[in-house]
Design a protein around this ligand. Structure first.
Ligand code: ATP
Ligand code: MG
Length: 429
């Protein structure tokens, strides 16, 4: 055997074999549910100008520590996208999608994201996110719709025990008051906190609550709660969101310390986690409303709401719960060719494929026995056997693997017979 020369970069993975069936199934579910909820696909570039992700004084780890940023040969500053929202907003503004569309504009994306994260369970450096954005309308029930869509996909994936952690950061005014209160509260403790928290204290004290290092300190547990700083309007808004979730029987839990990893959220923020997550950090989808983001991209004062879903985590949960029926599809026809028959086997195979029949053949000139073994492995519904006699008489032997009957028929009648066998075999195992 030759020696392996190359390995995957750290934090990446190859997806193939049985795994691919799960990925395709998940993508199928996502596409169907998005169609039902009225979200259309958008594909933005995998890299953007670095400024797209930077924002003003962003305090998130993602922006400060995790971006794959590089200069191209033209000295442009570019970054592999670490998340989906900002590219979508850039595109929304650039193409003036607010122009003549019905609001909100509802979009979904699906593809690889890149973060220089610490690799571990459910944590990669290249990972796949599916996400949605509903842009241009601010409505508590629209927030609920986004959660409902994420939840519907989770359920259809067979993941039954997910709960939505939810919180409200309030509108700009409430959030401002709360930020002030947090700053005043944390000031005396600053010296004992981690360096990240010291930075967050300056940039966005809200984000301190999201700290994975300090979160269990007594001073964190006793910190002011953002619910106490919501003004009337924000309170009412949040109450409507919760009523909406009740109406759709979506299980949720208010989590007052939930602030989310990104800087641009307002009002509703949420995370979907497995019920028994106990600090596993297995959040499967997470999002919220972002009031100022579109405007900061030069697009007018439009609100938006959306989430990002980690596809690796969804798939690993679905596999653990064994609830997603992913089964290798059976083969319709295997063509066994024997002896000196030129291209006869290839012609049969191609003709069947052209007629929508899933067909395989042997390319190695193996023995009859070996070719029959392949037939079993593929669980073919029908087998076509051709040797010199069949070739010369323009016929085929065709075998129904269900009842094991075999007959010799003319090439012209082959397709009809194959279709008979396949229809009959439907549901047969
Ligand atoms: P965390 O606090 O766990 O780092 P985050 O706040 O950085 O999460 P988001 O930016 O909200 O995560 O991303 C949305 C979703 O994408 C997450 O809930 C998770 O399912 C997934 N995700 C985020 N980072 C990774 C990663 N490095 N590998 C795999 N999936 C990820
Ligand atoms: Mg992160």
């Amino acid at each position: 055997m030759s020696e392996m020369k190359f390995q995957l970069p750290r934090g990446t993975q190859d997806i193939f074999g049985e795994d691919i069936s799960y990925w395709q199934k998940m993508e199928e579910i996502i596409r169907r549910q998005c169609r039902l909820y009225g979200y259309r696909e958008i594909r933005t570039p995998i890299f953007e100008h670095t400024e797209v992700f930077l924002g003003e004084n962003d305090s998130s780890d993602m922006v400060n520590k995790e971006m794959y940023t590089f200069k191209d040969k033209g000295q442009r500053d570019l970054t592999l996208r670490p998340e989906g929202t900002k590219g979508v907003i850039r595109s929304f503004v650039e193409h003036k999608m607010y122009g003549n569309a019905d609001m909100p504009v509802k979009l979904f994306y699906l593809g690889p994201m890149f973060r220089y994260d610490r690799p571990g369970k459910g944590r990669y450096r290249q990972f796949y996110q599916f996400g949605i954005e509903a842009i241009g309308t601010k409505s508590a029930l629209l927030d609920v719709e986004t959660i409902a869509l994420g939840y519907a996909i989770t359920r259809e994936m067979g993941i039954s025990d997910v709960v939505i952690l939810i919180n409200s950061l309030g509108d700009e005014k409430s959030r401002g008051d709360y930020t002030k209160a947090l700053k005043a509260y944390f000031e005396p403790y600053l010296a004992e906190l981690c360096t990240d928290c010291k930075r967050r204290f300056e940039q966005n004290p809200l984000r301190m609550l999201d700290c994975k290092v300090d979160k269990d300190r007594p001073c964190f547990i006793k910190a002011p709660k953002c619910q106490d700083y919501l003004n009337e309007e924000s309170k009412e808004y949040f109450a409507t969101v919760l009523k909406g979730l009740d109406a759709l029987s979506i299980p949720y839990r208010i989590d007052e310390r939930l602030v989310r990893g990104l800087d641009y959220y307002s009002n509703t923020v949420y995370e979907a986690v497995p019920k028994d997550d106990d600090g596993q950090q297995a959040t499967v989808f997470a999002g919220g409303q972002y009031d100022g983001l579109v405007e900061s991209f030069g697009g007018g004062p439009l609100a938006g709401v959306g989430f990002g879903m980690g596809m690796e985590r969804m798939i690993s949960l679905a596999r653990e719960q064994k609830a997603l029926p992913v089964e290798e599809e059976r083969l319709d026809v295997y063509v066994i060719s024997l002896g000196n028959i030129g291209t006869y086997g290839s012609r049969i195979t191609e003709m069947l494929r052209k007629n929508g029949i899933k067909t395989e053949m042997d390319y190695q000139g193996r023995s009859l026995k070996a070719q029959f073994k392949s037939t079993d492995r593929y669980r073919a519904k029908a087998v076509i056997i051709v040797g010199e006699d069949e070739y010369l008489s323009n016929t085929v032997q065709i075998k129904d693997t269900a009842d094991r009957t075999q007959e010799n028929i003319s090439f012209d009648r082959m397709l009809e017979k194959v279709k008979d066998i396949i229809c009959k075999g439907e549901g047969y195992e």
